[in-house]
Design a protein around this ligand. Structure first.
Ligand code: GUN
Length: 317
């Protein structure tokens, strides 16, 4: 039996609302570009049939349609070779109607991911994964910034969470989220710690954080003992639980989580235990409806920006 806990007090950081505001702000710029004869265009390349990737790409294409951007979904067989994928990318690099190229990750194991990311024209690299854009970001130069980290900064800044001087702990060292986010926080004068699977006494390191980011892809790894009371907790994880024993291992209110599993066939949970974070944090991003919508909003921002910048000064306001 768990001891009686405090009231639920944490503020929800509404990512869906912030993403809607960003997309709304972008509409003016899209209209301006269209009046100059330019419709920004995104190509999303999906290799194989990873169900999560299929949903992500579908949502990215839908977001383009809602904003009046041109989009193309390119679906390739799971058996596609590196050479075949490189050929598709070269063709997209050469097309003037395509401003942004996104190769959905993960890729099947036979594909050389580093070669593929290197092949994307840095000016069309709306994911910010090309080494030129990575280097620009490390050295604080302008360039494409990866969508999820950029979106997390938007959540923090638009929610007036102070960053300068704070202790930020990022759990997860991926090239797509953990590393770039740590740099963005550092550039805003946070004191950063990056944690990973070999970090000793993870809960006590995490408890030092004013801003705690969980981006490791492990359901509800971050429990109450990781969270300094009042900290801001950003949950990047999206884990789909389909088995009753997984649900029992994660939730305190097992009955209502199991009822959700029965009704929907699965239960979504982030990398943060959702009941603990409500009791312990000052503010937090929910799953779903937290970081996820920002990833897509920032992809739209990067695509519009690529359309403008690829054409040099011709389209500057
Ligand atoms: N897979 C998970 N996140 C991302 C992302 O931001 N971009 C791409 N291309 N693939 C992903």
């Amino acid at each position: 039996m768990r001891p009686e806990k405090n009231r639920l007090t944490a503020k929800t950081l509404d990512g869906a609302q912030i993403a809607a505001t960003i997309k709304d702000e972008l509409k003016q710029e899209i209209l301006r570009l269209k009046s100059c004869g330019v419709t920004p265009g995104l190509a999303a390349v999906l290799v194989g049939r990873n169900p999560a990737s299929e949903i992500y790409v579908r949502n990215k294409v839908k977001a383009c349609e809602a904003l009046g951007l041109y989009s193309e979904k390119i679906e390739l067989a799971a058996s596609t070779s590196s050479a075949e994928l490189l050929d598709v990318i070269r063709q997209l690099n050469a097309r003037d109607t395509i401003d942004g190229i996104l190769v959905q990750l993960p890729l099947p194991p036979q594909i050389d991911v580093k070669k593929v990311l290197l092949a994307v024209d840095p000016l069309k690299d709306v994911d910010g994964f090309h080494p030129v854009n990575v280097g620009n970001m490390v050295s604080g130069r302008p360039g494409m910034v990866p969508c999820t980290p950029a979106g997390i900064i938007q959540i923090l800044e638009r929610s007036q969470v102070p960053i300068a001087g704070c202790r930020a702990v990022v759990i997860g060292r991926s090239d797509t989220v953990g590393k770039p986010l740590a740099l963005l926080l550092l550039h805003r004068n946070a004191t950063i710690t990056i944690c990973h699977s070999r970090t000793r006494d993870l809960p006590s390191v995490a408890r030092e954080a004013d801003i705690l980011v969980a981006a490791i892809g492990k359901p509800a790894l971050v429990t109450g003992d990781f969270i300094k009371p009042g900290a801001v907790v950003i949950d990047v994880g999206i884990n789909r639980l389909t088995q009753p024993e997984e649900v029992r291992a994660v939730f305190h209110d097992v009955d209502s989580a199991l009822a959700q599993l029965r009704a929907k066939g699965s239960v979504l949970v982030g990398d943060v235990q959702p009941e603990d974070v409500r009791e312990q944090a000052g503010a937090y991003t929910p799953v779903p409806g937290g970081v996820g919508p920002l990833t897509i909003a920032m992809l739209m921002v990067n695509t519009v920006r690529a359309a403008r910048e690829r054409r040099g000064t011709a389209l500057h306001p």
